[in-house]
Design a binder for this molecule. Structure first.
Ligand SMILES: [Cu+2]
Length: 173
């Protein structure tokens, strides 16, 4: 009596086991796909449109109008589409005597204070926005007036990429 009943029970347990293992493997596969998608979009923060581009790119560029011997601030968004980190290590322009990387930060009295930064890190598959109240490129001691509609040439020096020349449209602000 006992021996007769054991075989179908064992077969049932075996089949159940196979079903459970299959489901677990399937879920594991699906789970891995989902997690890799989430983590990659979280890390890079680059939209699908941006992914069509390659290399290091500057977009949304603009600079403030300024007068001869005065200053101007340059803003842009930098994209690193490479799979390796890079660093913006310097800037130059024929529009000004001196060009510096600055970071504006709010201080205790509520005013903005600008500090010189030697570099800006640009990790692989990332973007960084240089904008008012944050990182910017400072044109110091302009060689001539920068009027609305003018264009300034600024060269960005990257540790790995080398030089990236960017034409900056000048706007009123
Ligand atoms: Cu500045």
């Amino acid at each position: 009596m006992m021996k007769k009943n054991i075989f179908p029970i064992l077969t049932g347990v075996l089949l159940l086991g196979i079903v459970i293992v299959s489901v677990l493997i399937y879920q594991d596969k699906v789970g891995n796909d989902d997690s890799s998608q989430v983590s990659s979009s979280e890390i890079c923060g680059v939209t699908d449109d941006d992914k069509a581009m390659t290399g290091i790119q500057a977009s949304s560029t603009w600079g403030k109008t300024g007068i001869k011997n005065g200053d101007s601030e340059i803003y842009l968004v930098l994209y690193n589409h490479f799979t390796e980190d890079d660093i913006l290590i310097g800037t130059s322009s024929n529009a000004a005597e001196n060009v510096e990387i600055h970071l504006s930060q709010l201080v205790l009295d509520g005013s903005l204070k600008m500090d010189i930064r030697k570099s800006i890190a640009l990790p692989a598959s990332s973007k960084i926005e240089l904008g008012p109240g944050s990182f910017h490129i400072m044109l110091i001691h302009l060689k001539q007036d920068l009027n609305s509609g003018d264009k300034a040439l600024v060269t960005l020096h990257f540790q790995n990429l080398g030089n990236l020349a960017v034409i900056i449209p000048i706007k009123d602000w």
